[in-house]
Design a protein around this ligand. Structure first.
Ligand code: ASP
Length: 348
């Protein structure tokens, strides 16, 4: 394995804690001028990786991330795809799992690494986790074997672990270990050496060419069930103007109330053409519609099975597929099958 000493990596800075410093006058966190990155992380010069950087004009807290900014990022990657061996995106951790998922659906035919990372403490603070995250993410993006990048997908690197991007979920606002990939093995673990989990890495089709698909249709809603739901609550979501797809956050393995009013309401909107996707509130495990009586009703009215997809991947996948010019049958089919490794194919 070549550690990637001659690799050329584009570092894209979108914002988030990692790129902030404590302002000595106000003691508040503010984004630093990214051209000073070598001052804050002088170790980068020792990496012998050819790094270029680009920054959002106005770095954002990732709470302000949006589909138009996903498209902007996708275009930056597309424009620079042939010039660079890999990409590292510095991003706030709060919505990193959504951006990683969105990019995985947009970047069809990707065969180079796109690694998102960030940190819980700013890179300018003494106990920062940002330096290690940034340096190892760059090393992973640069790593090659037989002249080919080792990682050829969108991934998230955080606190010694590399995960498939569209399988990640932020689990902690406090711990350095902020992410988990509840339903898919880690892609790599960084200790003294970086150990890649070969069987988990994405293998692109031979000679695949990058094709950027930029459409996102936000006519979706997420309805989280809780004991005490009312029909007004359910109808408020289903009755939304222009709603095309509802993500129903069910209990356990995809269970929901079998109350006739609830099912009648879902059926009414299904008949009007609204797609409904069953995604569990449990982050680990899979939806198995029909396993319990309490999910049979959903199955009967044509609620789609989200299997073990994360909410982040479900949201971005729905938006992505709705923007494609496909008929309702292929929409339903693609929603229930992996299109970028975001869900496992379940065999019952
Ligand atoms: N609020 C920050 C953000 O997501 C947190 C972080 O950077 O981790 O932008």
């Amino acid at each position: 394995m070549n550690p990637g000493e001659n690799s050329k990596i584009l570092l894209l800075y979108t914002g988030g804690t990692i790129g902030m410093v404590v302002d000595p006058e106000t003691t508040a966190l503010r984004a630093f001028d990214f051209s000073q990155i070598y001052e804050h992380v002088p170790e980068l010069q020792k990496l012998h990786i050819d790094i270029e950087y680009q920054s959002f004009d106005e770095p954002i807290d990732s709470s302000n991330m949006s589909p138009s900014l996903w498209v902007k990022l996708g275009k930056q990657i597309e424009e620079n795809y042939n010039t660079f061996d890999g990409f590292v995106i510095l991003h706030g951790s709060d919505t990193m799992a959504y951006t990683a998922s969105a990019l995985s659906f947009m970047l069809k035919g990707l065969s180079k690494p796109v690694i998102l990372t960030g940190s819980q403490l700013p890179v300018g603070t003494i106990r920062t986790d940002g330096k290690e995250n940034l340096i190892t993410a760059l090393e992973i993006a640069a790593a090659k074997r037989n002249d080919q990048s080792v990682v050829r997908e969108v991934a998230v690197y955080f606190e010694y672990n590399l995960y498939r991007g569209n399988r990640t979920h932020k689990i902690s606002s406090e711990n350095f270990e902020a992410f988990e990939s509840p339903n898919y093995p880690m892609l790599a673990e960084a200790g003294v050496h970086i150990h890649y989990n070969e069987s988990a890495l994405w293998v692109p089709q031979e000679e695949s060419e990058l094709q950027l698909e930029t459409g996102f249709d936000d006519s979706i809603a997420v309805l989280h069930l809780f004991p005490g739901w009312t029909i007004e609550y359910v109808e408020a979501f289903l009755g939304m103007k222009n709603l095309k797809c509802l993500i129903l956050r069910t209990y356990g393995s995809g269970n929901a109330p079998d109350h006739p009013d609830f099912l009648a309401s879902l059926k009414k909107y299904r008949d009007k053409g609204v797609s409904i996707l069953n995604v569990s509130q449990c982050i680990k495990g899979s939806v198995l519609q029909g396993k319990y009586q309490s999910s049979k009703g959903l199955q009967e009215i044509g609620v789609l099975n989200g299997a073990d997809i994360t909410l982040e991947a479900a949201v971005t996948k729905c938006m992505h597929l709705l923007a494609q010019d496909i008929d309702p049958d292929s929409f339903a089919q693609q929603l229930q099958l992996p299109i970028a490794g975001e869900m496992s194919i379940m065999r019952h």
